[in-house]
Ligand binder design. Sequence first.
Ligand SMILES: O=C(CO)[C@H](O)[C@H](O)COP(=O)(O)O
Length: 265
Amino acid sequence: MTIPSELKPLGDPLEQAKRAAAYKAVDENISLNYKYVGIGSGSTVVYIVERLSQLPLSKNFIYVPTSFQSKKLILDSGLRLSNVDDINIDSDHVLDITFDGADEVDTSLNCIKGGGACLFQEKLIASLSKNFIIVADYRKKSPSYLGVNWLKGIPIEVVPMAWSKIRNDLLNKFSANKVTLRQGGVNKAGPVVTDNGNFILDVEFGILDVDSFDLLKFNQQIKNLVGVVETGLFISMAKKAYFGHGDGSVSSISSTNLLRKKKLY
Ligand SMILES: O=C(CO)[C@H](O)[C@H](O)COP(=O)(O)O
């Protein structure tokens, strides 16, 4: 594999950290034998596509997006686009690899995702991928459990007409501390509408201590609520996570080094 030019320093150390993580993740994981490459969503994934576009072998792959944003990224970079519903899915893991960002990653490689409201398509693509690789900056690395650094809550995508009923369930049956219907902000009156036409609830549960409760069961119980489309809890899905640091270095956690390791998808 040809590795082109050195990283050019970016002005902002945070952007430098994201870029360093993304470049290392691509360089260590991409292979000429691959066909389908999933592209996650968010600001860090921009550097994944930047790096891939620099590599001659990137022309061999077909790229599968996880959002409108990543579809645009693929197209604007001149890479080959396909959609998950256009692929002949004849095995559990039809995509060779997916690179995606995260909002928080615990020491067991469980992740919170959905800060950019793309969690449903991100989980669909991750679940179809042989290798799910996280790229993030240092702020996303939890020293222990989920909910330590990321304090905005677990994003949950819901069918719009069910949002109030699900909020009630989460507060009263799941003991959530707070449930917020995510708002669009200054350029959108009313709630965020996802790429799938749904709403996002940000649900604060506090710290999710996986050593004393079953995160997988908890996630499944939330998913069983009528109107829940998907949650931003990505449990035991990632194979490796790369964290860029302000000084340009990159650290990583690999599932092969974990004591707790389950293959669930
Ligand atoms: O889950 C996501 C979008 O739904 C993103 O991957 C996550 O929010 C991280 O984004 P960024 O790379 O901008 O920090």
